[in-house]
Design a protein around this ligand. Structure first.
Ligand SMILES: Cc1cc2nc3c(=O)[nH]c(=O)nc-3n(C[C@H](O)[C@H](O)[C@H](O)COP(=O)(O)OP(=O)(O)OC[C@H]3O[C@@H](n4cnc5c(N)ncnc54)[C@H](O)[C@@H]3O)c2cc1C
Ligand SMILES: NC(=O)c1ccc[n+]([C@@H]2O[C@H](COP(=O)([O-])OP(=O)(O)OC[C@H]3O[C@@H](n4cnc5c(N)ncnc54)[C@H](OP(=O)(O)O)[C@@H]3O)[C@@H](O)[C@H]2O)c1
Length: 495
């Protein structure tokens, strides 16, 4: 018997107690009274409990007084990248969890964690059980560089590295090698800046966050003193944003290295740029060419540094003499064809190498198909859709990164989730979504899961885990100490 099934045995006993029944069960009876025999409350399920899933659910519940929403989540814990992506030293960003919690506590919302759609339950089963299914399962995979040496020791994807310091169960054993002096991050997006900041932050700042204790210990012993962020294009094409750059520039104990030749000549161009790009470029120019006396003085005393390197595209990870680990990266020097956001980096034929023992590939995330029954555009990594309505698939919708691609902050994802929810409600109103027939909803899915000995985790189960994590954190001055092992989470629930 697998450990998961064993735990589930204990769990199922507990989950049968009345407190654990979906909260909306009692209310459903009351709601039914408002419907004729031909009309039933729309039952909608959402796959994924990240911002897209929660915002879609929130909008549906707010704007339709009878709709019932169930959220299915692969992990035992909710909130997607808010828990496993957002940097631990950005706690204010995680406040959205309070709103998500209110949604999950609604009498008309059910939460089923520990259920992987596409494996434990199929999309077709969900379609049979619900009037509509919304796929909001994000972009969980990493984009690969596809260069020789990418699998050497010392090379990690940003996805795994972030997952490691944020307590993603599948990355808890990553144990990255931080024994070298120099790290190279390939990519110049906000994730790249997050990682650079975590690698270089003073420990006193990190130890007050919800970074995992294992990552904190590794960072205490880290020898990394220098971090290079490599972009294949130029300063006018960086993907990070001004707030994150400013934070990096002001990071205590560190000095930015923005080589002046990159910024000469940019001043004249900035005038014509859109405002956010203009301000971002001005900050880089100022930091490089006209630092204040105070900044220059602080930087002269710093013992760690980071820098931006432009017009360099990764060609190969260079191995150490014994061939086992990364010792550097070979870069192709590029130049731009075209201008602005759409400029393309083309190789000049020149190459250059940087010695380093740690390489982090931060070139973006990637969605994967969930089922052969759901159309998927492999090249773009999205589900083809029109305002969230999945093409040629009535009753199937999508929201968030799997709908739009793996870019955009939480507020972008919120707008996107609302847009999909609005499309669903329009379809309910216009009759495109037929809910004249009653659907079994969670009852059917729970039956199917029980046959496979899979017991879903309810939101109140999560709240027990949350309580334990918070209490463990309190003892050591952190907002929480995340539990890394799903088996331990299940044990807490079954206590
Ligand atoms: C490292 C990182 C840091 C970020 N930091 C910030 C920040 O500071 N501020 C900000 O505004 N934005 C930030 N973002 C962006 C923000 O996280 C995204 O906009 C948002 O999380 C996308 O929401 P989503 O719901 O589409 O995807 P996700 O948040 O990834 O949620 C998808 C959910 O679906 C679940 N799932 C996956 N497959 C299945 C399946 N088969 N069955 C059931 N469930 C499944 C996943 O476990 C996950 O819980 C960051 C992104 C990253 C990658
Ligand atoms: N604090 C925050 O608000 C925060 C924190 C983290 C993440 N986020 C958001 O989450 C989203 C994802 O962030 P992200 O950093 O993963 O992605 P991103 O913003 O898309 O940045 C990806 C970077 O990788 C580069 N890249 C892509 N393919 C490459 C290749 N083959 N070779 C070399 N470089 C390559 C890109 O350069 P090109 O431009 O040349 O393609 C870009 O610099 C973003 O919208 C981001 O703003 C926000």
């Amino acid at each position: 018997m697998s450990p998961r099934v064993r735990w589930m045995g204990a769990l199922s006993r507990r989950l049968l107690c009345p407190r654990q029944r979906p909260l909306y069960a009692a209310n459903t009876l009351a709601l039914h009274r408002h419907f004729t025999s031909k009309s039933h409350p729309p039952k909608i399920c959402v796959v994924g409990s990240g911002p897209a899933g929660f915002y879609t659910a929130q909008y549906l519940l707010k704007h339709h007084t009878e709709v019932l929403v169930d959220i299915y989540e692969k992990l035992p814990v909710p909130f997607g990248l808010v828990r496993f992506g957002v940097a631990p030293d950005h706690p204010e960003v995680k406040n959205v969890i309070n709103t998500f919690t209110q949604t999950a506590r609604s009498e008309r919302c059910g939460f089923f964690g520990n259920v992987t759609v596409g494996k434990d339950v199929t999309v077709e089963e969900l379609q049979a059980a619900y009037h509509a299914v919304v796929l909001s399962y994000g972009a969980e995979d990493k984009r690969e560089l596809g260069i020789p040496g990418e699998d050497l020791h010392g090379v990690y994807s940003a996805r795994d590295f972030v997952g490691w310091y944020n307590g993603l169960p599948s990355n808890r054993h990553l144990n990255p090698d931080l024994s070298c002096d120099t790290a190279v991050i390939l990519g110049q997006g906000n994730v790249a800046l997050d990682i650079a900041r975590i690698l270089l932050s003073p420990i006193e700042l990190l130890q007050k966050t919800d970074i995992t204790q294992g990552a904190l210990d590794a960072l205490i012993n880290s020898r990394i003193r220098k971090v290079w962020l490599i972009g294949r294009r130029g300063p006018l094409q960086v993907a990070f944003t001004i707030k994150e750059l400013r934070e990096m520039i002001h990071l205590p104990g560190t000095r930015p290295r923005l080589d002046t030749p990159d910024y000469h000549g940019l001043v004249d161009i900035t005038k014509d740029l859109p405002r956010p790009r203009k301000r971002l470029t001005e900050l880089m120019v100022k930091t490089s060419l006209e630092p204040s006396e105070k900044d220059a003085d602080r930087w002269s005393k710093a013992d760690r540094e980071w820098g931006l390197r432009f017009y360099r595209s990764p060609l190969k990870v260079l191995p150490s003499d014994d061939g086992h680990k990364a010792a550097g990266v070979l870069l192709s020097v590029t130049q731009l064809e075209g201008t602005g956001e759409n400029a393309v980096a083309v190789p000049t034929g020149q190459v250059e190498s940087i010695s380093c023992g740690l390489i982090l590939s931060s070139i973006g995330y990637k969605s994967t198909p969930i089922s052969p029954a759901v159309p998927f555009l492999a090249k773009k990594g999205v589900i083809p859709n029109s305002i969230g309505r999945i093409q040629e698939s009535p009753g199937l919708y999508c929201s968030g990164w799997v709908k739009r691609g793996p870019t955009g902050v939480i507020t972008t994802t919120m707008t996107d989730g609302f847009e999909t929810a609005q499309a669903i409600l329009e379809d309910v109103k216009s009759g495109i979504l037929d809910f004249s027939e009653s659907r079994l909803g969670a009852a059917a899915i729970k039956k199917s899961l029980a046959l496979k000995e899979i017991q879903p985790i309810s939101f109140s189960d999560w709240e027990k885990i949350d309580e334990v994590e918070t209490a463990r954190g309190l003892g050591i001055g952190k907002p929480r100490e995340k539990i890394l092992d799903p088996q331990e989470m299940l044990a807490i629930i079954s206590e």
